[in-house]
Design a protein around this ligand. Structure first.
Ligand SMILES: [Zn+2]
Length: 309
């Protein structure tokens, strides 16, 4: 199976939410039947026409605008509208995963349809090992639509993580090397190992370090630096990103492959995520560095949006 084309990898594609695509496969994983009660207070009727079936589906497309979970960033959510089907089918997508070895992206979600319209083959074919692929035929045209609000939030959170990197590099002369990023809204952070110097930050200097880091972060946001996303030949990427290239990617089996390099606040990183157009866009929600934690030579920098009052 061919790798799924990921629209978000190009600079403009990073900001594109919708695309038309073709179905490679649509597998009904499970069928759950629920009874729809209009208005909430109406007693359940005996009329089967009101029953709704919820199909859990896994959809593979030739191309997608959805960012699959990975690189410390959550997946997009959104919808896949299946055109030209006898029923109007709208899949609500809650998770997107990529098989790194094949590059194939699977969209997981649900399709709700009237119980009476469930094709009989889907009902009898409710078996993990026997995909009911004829439910939606391969080659069918669909429209993929990324949930804009969620994309925006994920992109801000992820971009702010890069700004933390840029701020760290400004104040520590490159002593700290980013080793882990967690760009989820429930408590994002970037973790650094202290490389050559060892020992993290001296306890007496932590407060002053944090103040300087917060200032550097804020300056980079005030400077409203545009984000640049490029796919570069391996050698060029290496000269821009240095060690970070080997750290972020398993380069063993694709040493010569082009690399997507994302430049945020002037700081180059190999990265597969989604980003906002410039650091100034992080002002709105009041993103900032929140705190430091030093443990066994590693430094974890917590960051986040301003807390809502
Ligand atoms: Zn990134």
């Amino acid at each position: 199976m061919a790798a799924t084309e990921l629209v978000h990898l190009t600079h403009e594609g990073n900001f594109q939410l919708d695309t038309e695509a073709k179905v490679v496969s649509c597998r009904v994983v499970r069928i759950e039947e629920t009874r729809e009660i209009e208005g909430g207070n109406t007693p359940p009727s005996d009329d089967d026409d009101d029953d709704v079936a919820t199909l859990s589906v896994e959809i593979i497309l030739d191309v997608t605008t959805m960012h699959p979970r990975g690189g410390g960033q959550p997946s997009d959510v959104g919808t896949i509208s299946i055109l030209g089907h006898a029923h109007h089918l709208l899949a609500s997508i809650s998770d997107v995963i990529i098989d790194k070895s094949t590059g194939v992206v699977v969209h997981r979600g649900i399709i709700s349809i009237p119980r009476k319209d469930v094709p009989s083959f889907a009902l009898v074919n409710d078996d993990e090992d026997s995909p009911s692929s004829s439910f939606v035929l391969p080659g069918s045209t669909v429209v993929v639509r990324v949930n804009e609000e969620r994309r925006r939030l994920n992109s801000e959170c992820h971009t702010a993580g890069h700004v933390v990197d840029a701020a760290m590099s400004r104040i520590d002369d490159g002593c700290f090397v980013p080793v882990k990023g967690y760009h989820f809204m429930d408590g994002p952070y970037v973790e650094y190992c202290s490389g050559a110097v060892g020992g993290g930050i001296d306890a007496k200097e932590r407060d002053a370090f944090l103040v300087r880091l917060k200032e550097a972060f804020q300056e980079l946001i005030d400077d409203d630096v545009p984000t640049v996303i490029r796919t570069l030949p391996a050698e060029e990427a290496k000269s821009l990103c240095g060690d970070r290239l080997a750290r972020n990617f398993d380069a063993s089996d694709r040493a010569d492959a082009p690399v997507r390099v994302v430049t945020v606040a002037g700081w180059h990183s190999p990265c597969g995520g989604t980003h906002v157009r410039s650091t100034g866009e992080l002002k709105g929600r009041g993103w900032s560095v929140r705190g430091l934690r030093c443990k066994k030579g590693a430094v974890r920098v917590r960051y986040g949006p301003a807390e809502e009052s």
